[in-house]
Write a protein that binds this ligand. Structure first.
Ligand SMILES: Nc1ncnc2c1ncn2[C@@H]1O[C@H](COP(=O)(O)OP(=O)(O)OP(=O)(O)O)[C@@H](O)[C@H]1O
Length: 502
């Protein structure tokens, strides 16, 4: 059968950066094709070309045998290419049905509306999605909201679906359901481009894998010809994955004692609801939970971005909930925020400047009242090499970096001062395996030195591998605490969905 999509020698440059040098690969009808590549390899740029956001400098694309050039996202969608975005484009107050209607060009009349509703229901039943068309979107889980995005594309008869890190916000059970749906779609002859850094998923779902490296398509491998080690080796080089060993040295001292802590959001609702937790010296305490169950509020109240409505935070036994000691305590905490682009970095400043945002007043970076640019550059060079940051031309704004590389800049900055406490929200989300392992190594080394880490993550493999304990959050509370050596992904997954409280 002829290929549905053929990409030939695509090149795309930005000022001073070759994002894609020469990329060629094809997607067959009824195929799940994974794109794998380290941070900055060019995956997002390629998807932006496929979905009509960017135009390539060179090369050609054929879709269903016809050469295509997309002048806009609308043109790509009209052709049958749809992307399930990471940031859902849904109106929370509207119903599922209304949100799907909104995605169409023009509102159908009453009768066609009924027919349309019946068609959507058919899709829901066929894929066993269990969605209520009349439920307002804000009441739905993140997993259910992703179904809506998928249905929108299916209603538009998309033949090629692009999913970029779709499981980042799902429970293990929801991920399994997503994979079942993708398998069904494949059986129906739909094609999928799947992007993920999670090797377990890549192994489970891919028919073929194309490895991108430095803007070039290195190779395409067929199922049966690849395993995790081979893919990792191709992507980042066999000797590039940092090796580390966890040496558990959890002390008796409680460095943070959170007691019945509640935090309200702007609407006055409790994001954190009587949450209690203890973090010990040298401990890596994992927080599992589906995004939106209070993890972010917990990190924000600990790092001074939000105030506690009630309850207590004790640091080394001292109540700092509202005291003046709180600000100096917070100043010493390292924080890797969830929102990289608006909280984590100053987007228009260079990589060099972003790396010293917390330490620019230090004598090492000053000469009299002026900045010591040579020292700042030296520091940046060191960190760029240490964290393998793909930084682009000197002085370029950090917002031009790929998502994974922006994350590396934040981590390099936050961990450079040997903090006593690290609060990390999804620190390895979107990082390639080499970089994720480096972050794990940094945390393990930090723990051996006595650093205490609150690691909020949706990646259960990560939590099970690196944590001393895992607390599970559901609806603003800790609903259970488990020992990673005596639990399973499934057990944690059930707790995450509120089905079982340990
Ligand atoms: N608008 C832009 N201006 C300048 N450079 C850009 C722009 N968009 C991407 N780049 C650069 O192109 C390269 C490829 O980036 P891209 O975002 O496609 O990588 P990626 O494989 O998706 O990475 P990640 O896994 O980190 O998301 C990077 O070096 C990035 O800095």
């Amino acid at each position: 059968m002829p290929d549905l999509l053929q990409i030939e020698h695509i090149r795309k440059t930005f000022p001073g950066v070759v994002a894609l040098d020469s990329v060629s690969f094809s997607v067959a009808p009824g195929e799940i094709h994974t794109l794998l590549g380290e941070n900055g390899a060019g995956k997002s740029t390629l998807m932006n070309i496929l979905t009509g956001l960017y135009r390539p400098d060179r090369g050609r694309m054929l879709f269903a045998g016809r050469e295509v050039r997309f002048a806009s996202p609308r043109a790509s969608l009209a052709c049958g290419i749809g992307m399930v975005h990471q940031h859902f484009m849904l109106v929370p107050a509207h119903s599922v049905f209304e949100n799907i209607l909104l995605a169409l060009d023009g509102v159908p009349g009453f009768f066609s509306r009924r027919r349309f509703r019946a068609r959507i229901q058919q899709v829901i039943d066929e894929f066993d999605l269990g969605l209520d068309l009349d439920s307002p979107v804000w009441k739905l889980s993140i997993g259910a909201q992703q179904w809506i995005e998928l249905i929108k594309l299916l209603m538009r008869d998309c033949r090629l679906l692009i999913l970029d890190e779709p499981t980042a916000v799902l429970t293990p059970q929801e991920s399994e359901r997503l994979f079942a749906v993708l398998t069904r779609l494949r059986e129906q002859g739909k094609s999928v481009i799947f992007i993920s850094h999670k090797m377990r998923e890549v192994m489970e779902i891919s028919d073929r894998v194309t490895v991108l490296k430095k803007g070039r398509s290195l190779t395409t491998l067929v199922r049966g010809d690849f395993d995790q080690a081979r893919l990792a080796g191709l992507m980042i080089g066999d000797d590039q994955v940092p090796q580390w060993q966890k040496q558990s040295r959890v002390g008796d001292d409680v460095v943070l004692d959170i007691r019945d802590l509640s935090v309200r959001n702007d609407r006055g609702l409790a994001d954190l609801d009587s949450c209690s937790l203890e973090l010990r010296k040298g401990e890596i305490l994992g927080i599992a939970g589906v995004a939106g169950n209070g993890q972010k509020a917990l990190a924000e109240v600990l790092t001074g971005l939000k105030k506690a409505a009630s309850g207590m935070i004790l640091a080394a036994g001292e109540d700092i909930t509202h005291s003046s000691a709180r600000s100096s305590y917070i100043a010493g905490i390292a924080h890797i925020p969830e929102d990289r682009k608006s909280i984590g970095i100053a987007p228009d400043l260079s990589v060099d400047d972003n790396l010293i945002l917390k330490s620019f007043k230090q004598p090492g970076f000053r000469r009299w009242i002026f900045q010591d640019r040579a020292a700042i550059r030296r520091n940046a060079r060191e960190k760029i090499a240490q964290f393998a940051i793909k930084a682009g031309p000197d002085g370029a704004p950090v917002r031009y970096l790929s998502g994974g590389n922006i994350q590396k800049v934040i981590i390099a900055r936050e961990l450079s001062e040997n903090p006593a406490v690290l609060v990390a929200l999804y620190p390895t989300r979107g990082l390639d395996i080499g970089s994720a392992e480096y972050v794990h190594k940094v945390m393990a080394d930090g723990a051996a030195r006595g650093m205490s880490t609150l690691l909020i993550s949706e990646d259960l493999d990560e939590l099970l591998k690196i944590c001393d304990r895992i607390a599970v959050m559901f609806r603003g509370r800790v609903v259970g605490c488990v020992d990673p050596r005596r639990t399973t992904r499934e057990a944690i997954g059930l707790m995450m969905s509120g089905e079982e409280v340990a």
